[in-house]
Write a protein that binds this ligand. Sequence first.
Ligand code: ATP
Ligand code: MG
Length: 400
Amino acid sequence: MNEPFTHAIPILHTLHEHGYQAYFVGGAVRDVLLEREVGDIDIATDATPDAVESLFDKTIDVGKEHGTVIVIHDGVSYEVTTFRSESAYEDFRRPKEVQFISSLEEDLFRRDLTINAMAMDVNGEIIDRVGGKQDIQQNIIQTVGDPACRFQEDALRMMRAVRFLSQLGFHLSVDTANAMKKDKHLLGKISVERKKIEMEKLLKGRYCEQAIGVLVSTNLYEELPGLQKHGLNEQLRTFPYYLLDGLEEVWGAFIHLLDLDETSAVSLLKEWRLSTKLLKEAIKISEYVDCEWDAEKMFEAGEHVLLSSLKIKQLKHERRIFFDELEVAKHSFDALPIKKLKDLAVSGKDLMAFRQKKSGKWIAEELDSVKKAVLQHRLENRKEAIEEWLNACDQRLEND
Ligand code: ATP
Ligand code: MG
């Protein structure tokens, strides 16, 4: 067994020493079998959350009622979750009650997909009761147990299945795909917040194009905010979102490719419950994708929006990123005489003193013409030079 598992072994040992079972479970076990980089490591145990808290010095209660306690070991956080079965489901959303149990097997059976339902013991032995290993070998995504029942319990699992397909390039089993087609409307009952988390991971997946194809072939997309209304055009379906970085770029590309006016773009992103900050960044990026750049545009956009929108433009037309072109754009931005309004050598106050005039709309207008002249290198960004320039402008106006 390798890092990062070895680092977490003392947690398993502590639980064992106190008579409890403890295993690595879920995504980390899947990723080790896939030889992918392992993300967060989750641990499952028959110790109750209270017992887990009492055994470790540093713990955080992140949902003890659902069985989860975070244990911090040597600076790293691990989710330690008590074996549980989820019986009654409420409104196709969340289990109404969680029952803590002592059987690892039952805990594995309640998990969503076979590839996510394996455990690994302290010696690196894989415990696979659901055919997860075989599905990994055959690149298959399917639910643990009857897909129709599992989607009835929690319809988010449909989105999760497509999200993993997007990340791994696997395909859905026939039964799982059929159940999705039949019961896709159940996804309509799931909160947008939960769907957004999966949608963002789906868009960033290496095989997003296939995943969007599945959203369409199963009609799941009709249950996602705004997509039925606006449709999914060819460009939007085939765009390589995975080559982008932040979510602001991903959403920026998404709405740019939908080709919406600003009002519709804002309302779509609001429907997806994006934070105001993310929404504004995404809208701004989307608006600059097709722009013809000059000093003023670069100044308005700012460096991040400039580079993000340029990347999207390259991917839209050429499907790859030209880093040398980004480098050139970055140099051009660095060469701007001012990068934000605060960099201007005069402020509104200076203008008021200089003009001996009260504040008013004229300040913004005058600052704007100073800014333009400085950006176009017609004026040096120095207080005296700016005063002289304004004087000269006044003279010219008087003479005209
Ligand atoms: P990632 O690497 O993206 O975090 P993950 O498999 O760890 O993938 P999580 O959302 O962190 O995914 O969930 C951890 C584990 O919990 C899953 O591997 C799965 O076993 C189980 N799980 C998560 N969501 C559900 C669900 N809706 N229904 C059943 N089991 C679930
Ligand atoms: Mg995880």
